[in-house]
Design a protein around this ligand. Structure first.
Ligand code: HEM
Length: 150
């Protein structure tokens, strides 16, 4: 619905602020996390979402340059495993900790917000319901403490 889309766009900065302030929902139980994994389309859906997300990140005018030295194929795989595991799926993320992966990047709050917005656009494009979008964002939000370094 058109109005719904406008409302989502208008709420986006507020959602970011809410998440950054640590207002995210508490950790999911196993059952709801499993539901989120299904809601995201399981491995095929999450793979497609992360592939599109990384492509959008690379061309984003605000933060695209930060990915210039990064191998997109590897980042897509790591994100797929991470999101699959976090949402209750059968994958295992074996990449670096969020602290180690982002330590040298000098990421600001604005960069983090930009990445969240790009993820929301990618989720909109796959018509993932707003409620499920927010459930994924709530799982990712606490990571800001390890990712934002300035
Ligand atoms: C909740 C937010 C975020 C999550 C879940 C996340 C997740 C990840 C993951 C899983 C990796 C791969 C680590 C590995 O290969 O071992 C990674 C790498 C990377 N992330 Fe993030 N990230 C987040 C926020 C950000 C932000 C805000 C930026 C910059 C705007 C960013 C820039 C990068 C870059 C450039 C790399 C590649 C580093 C390299 O090539 O070694 N990330 N991230």
């Amino acid at each position: 619905m058109v109005w719904n889309r406008h409302l989502q766009a208008a709420l986006r900065p507020m959602v970011c602020a809410f998440l950054l302030l640590g207002g995210a929902a508490p950790a999911q139980t196993a059952a709801t996390a499993d539901t989120l994994y299904h809601a995201l389309g399981e491995v095929p859906g999450i793979t497609a979402l992360m592939n599109d997300f990384v492509e959008r990140l690379r061309v984003d005018p605000r933060i695209g340059k930060m990915f210039a030295e990064t191998k997109p194929a590897n980042l897509k795989e790591q994100l797929r495993d991470q999101v699959c595991q976090l949402s209750g799926g059968p994958c295992r993320y074996e990449g670096d900790t969020m602290k180690a992966a982002h330590a040298e990047l000098g990421i600001r709050k604005a960069d983090f917000n930009a990445l969240v917005e790009v993820l929301q656009v990618a989720m909109d494009a796959r018509q993932i319901p707003f409620r499920d979008q927010n459930r994924l964002l709530a799982l990712l939000a606490p990571m800001h403490r390890d990712i934002i370094t300035r």
